[in-house]
Design a protein. Structure first.
Length: 159
């Protein structure tokens, strides 16, 4: 274990569970304070998305899942280009493979919006605003805190 600000941080799988718990605690605190939140993680497993949905319910909010549906060929081409540009953090092959193995594609019953490389950003943002209006979210110009890393889920407080 490593020491971080007087707290012991576990290693391996327990480390990821700890990180997810800390992030989720931050999400709940922000939502209860009325702040919009974008939870930026891969959320490959439905159970992880359900954990976030439960947090949303505890805070009196609804949840929108944004699924980034990117073909593996596009991902591999981006990885190759990144070796030269180093514009993005490089994900270790074994970690990426684990996410692919664990991936449970979000379904419509999860209140999902799908974004592909071909998606028009302006149209997608309109869909998000429309969905927010339909479920009575606050979709103003607030600066939502980013929590964790790898975009998949969005939580926003109701008005």
């Amino acid at each position: 274990m490593e020491k971080d600000k007087e707290k012991l941080i576990p290693k391996g799988v327990e480390r990821w569970k700890y990180i997810r718990k800390v992030a989720q605690d931050g999400v709940l605190k922000s939502l209860k304070a009325g702040t919009s939140v974008v939870y930026d993680d891969n959320n490959a497993k439905r159970e992880h998305r359900e954990e976030l949905r439960e947090i949303g319910m505890q805070a009196g909010t609804d949840v929108i899942v944004v699924y980034l549906d990117t073909p593996i060929e596009v991902i591999r081409a981006r990885e190759e280009a990144n070796k030269t540009s180093q514009d993005r953090h490089e994900v270790e092959t074994k970690n990426f493979q684990k996410v692919l193995e664990d991936m449970e594609v979000p379904t419509s019953d999860e209140n999902t919006l799908v974004f592909t490389p071909e998606t028009n950003m302006e149209e997608f943002l309109k869909k998000i605003r429309s969905k927010c209006t339909m479920i009575k979210f606050s979709c103003g110009q607030s600066r939502a805190p980013r929590i964790n890393s790898n975009p998949k889920g969005t939580l926003r407080p109701k008005t």
